[in-house]
Design a binder for this molecule. Structure first.
Ligand code: PEP
Length: 245
């Protein structure tokens, strides 16, 4: 799976222009799932531009609950109704700026699944945690608090994205070995909780400064099942080069 996270970039007109350029470049990429996650106001344009293509559309966040007096929030029910198929949950920017925690992750994943959305659940350590030797402890806590409480049936429908925070938007990519080691650790946690088969089959994406010139080496690692791409997903040619690596 190659997923693009547009963060807070692009208008609906820019979204349309992106897909006009992007679609012809990726129409033969049949053996992978391509996903674009634009900001909420662009979802409608993205869904209509990708109709009948191999490209799925996702949101970058959701609120649990179907509807209610929750000013400023968007529900899974609304995302499903507009044609979204995916939703990113607990991106590090949401953890950092909006205080999202593991209890939120569980609530959001369950809400996404209730409305037929595939959650892409982000985990990852900060620089000081890596430098202090705490990477596995952090990943373990995020897994235990945010993912382990799911049922096996729920877990089978999620995608995990390992995104070391120090590599997001910084141009510093984890080496393929660093990423593979983290993925192996997460996979071990999955096997411990949900069984060996779940551990082997769960999709774990790597995210953090993935670009056309480093994607091939990262994807050469058996542990890495795809990428969650921020900056390089904003330009059609560059994201197509990542998708078609
Ligand atoms: C992201 O936003 O999830 C991300 C990985 O960003 P970038 O590719 O720009 O580091």
């Amino acid at each position: 799976m190659m997923a693009g996270n547009w963060k807070m970039y692009k208008t609906p007109a820019e979204t349309k222009a992106f897909f006009e350029a992007f679609k012809p470049l990726t129409e033969s990429a049949a053996n992978r799932d391509i996903v674009i996650c634009p900001p909420f106001p662009n979802l409608h344009a993205a869904v209509s531009e990708t109709e009948g293509t191999n490209i799925g559309v996702g949101a970058q966040n959701l609120y649990w609950g179907k509807e209610g007096a929750v000013t400023g929030e968007v529900s899974g029910h609304m995302l499903q109704a507009i044609g979204c198929q995916y939703v990113i949950i607990a991106h590090s920017e949401r953890r950092q700026y909006f205080g999202e925690n593991e209890a939120d992750v569980v609530r959001k994943v369950k809400a996404a699944l209730e409305y037929g959305l595939t959650p892409i659940v982000c985990v990852g350590e900060r620089l000081e945690e890596r430098e202090g030797g705490g990477t596995e402890a952090v990943l373990g806590e995020q897994f235990d608090g945010g993912i382990a409480p799911l049922t096996a049936e729920e877990f089978a429908k999620i995608v995990i994205a390992y995104e070391p925070v120090w590599a997001i938007g910084t141009g510093k990519t984890a080496t393929p070995k660093m990423a593979a080691d983290a993925h192996r650790f997460i996979r071990g946690k999955v096997s411990g909780k949900f069984g060996a088969e779940a551990g082997a089959s769960t999709r774990i994406l790597y995210g953090g400064s993935v670009k056309p010139d480093n994607v091939k080496n990262l994807m050469a690692e058996e542990e890495i099942d795809g990428a969650l791409v921020g900056g390089a997903s904003l330009d059609p040619a560059s994201f197509a080069a990542v998708v078609n690596f």
